[in-house]
Design a protein around this ligand. Sequence first.
Ligand code: ADP
Ligand code: MG
Length: 396
Amino acid sequence: MAFTKKTVRDIDVEGKRVIMRVDFNVPLKDGVVTDDTRVRAAIPTIEYLKENGAGVILMSHLGRPKGDGPEPELSLKPAADKLAELTGYDVKFVADTYGDEAAAACAAVQPGDILVLENVRFLKAEKKNDPEVAKKLASYGDIFVLDAFGTAHRAQGSVVGPAEFIPAVAGFLLEKEVDTLTSIFAEPERPFVAIVGGSKVSSKIGVLENLIESADTLIIGGGMAYTFFLSKGYTVGTSLQEEDWIERAGEMLAKAEAKGCKILLPIDNVVTDHFGEDAVGEVVDSDKIPDNRMGMDIGPKTEALFSEAIAGAKTVFWNGPMGVFEFDQFAHGTEVVARAVADSDCTSIIGGGDSVAAINKFGLADKMSWISTGGGASMELVEGKALPGVEVLLDA
Ligand code: ADP
Ligand code: MG
């Protein structure tokens, strides 16, 4: 086990009030939750606490409030309603977070009760981990539980604060995410094939460098491939490219070779003359991209090459789409790779907001072993960084 902190299993919760930070940062449309993945992800811990005799107080942020007071369209009420709908529990909601009303509602929580507080970010001080915020939130409970994996990389008041005042342990989601995303580096079943795509080398540099250390094969696709092509002396036309990162990309290829990590870059590409929904693609080899063309997706030879590597994998980690999958005509490469992962007899771990969106778009989510609920937090783990929210928890 790669998880070294105490969880709700390791602490007596009976008759206790538990203040728990969840990630209910859900998309809303007209006051209704349009994707309940994050609410569902928190249910196992909520259920465990309730069944073991704790009173549960839930808090989360939602969206990006200004921090100067309530913003009705960013209320957590719809998330509380969704939790009630999904669990059948009587879920109470209080339209306050730090005031007397919230304090009174928390004080009234009995074993088995579930109370949701209002958006923690309606107050600016929360983001800065103000000690007053931390103290206030800690005063609501006897135990602090962190299950908000999606914000565990942020040292904010509701994420790390209460741990200074009351015993702090992890919920099941946080435990599973950290365990999964760290054990692939510690003890991957081999061959371990990592797939990295998306737009930029610069935003994935730490991820790439850490994967080179442990993967047997690193597949590179998406917009970042063009900066790697430049480092090999190819021209890339009007494709996405990062001048300042060409040298680093070249160094990475050399380092991978020295480490025995095989790098697979696209051998052909779907290119077009402009970036748009109506753009029409044509296939060209990677060393023959015309000056006035931009790469939008991997080509068919590359799809076959990548799929073969994935079919032989025992562990796959994937972050970043292979092309501009938002446009249907450039989604093919990402879809073929997603299907190859789904069909492969491997443990498959998917991280990153757009990658997860792509997998959902193709209806392949239930074919993957683990789909991370955190974007930034999962990337930081893959970069080998410690998460502040995890650091503050009691050691197991
Ligand atoms: P994730 O959210 O999974 O970490 P990123 O945010 O790094 O992924 O990258 C996703 C974005 O990369 C998508 O919006 C996609 O359109 C873009 N992208 C992929 N391939 C290309 C390309 N060839 N040119 C430009 N953008 C690309
Ligand atoms: Mg993204």
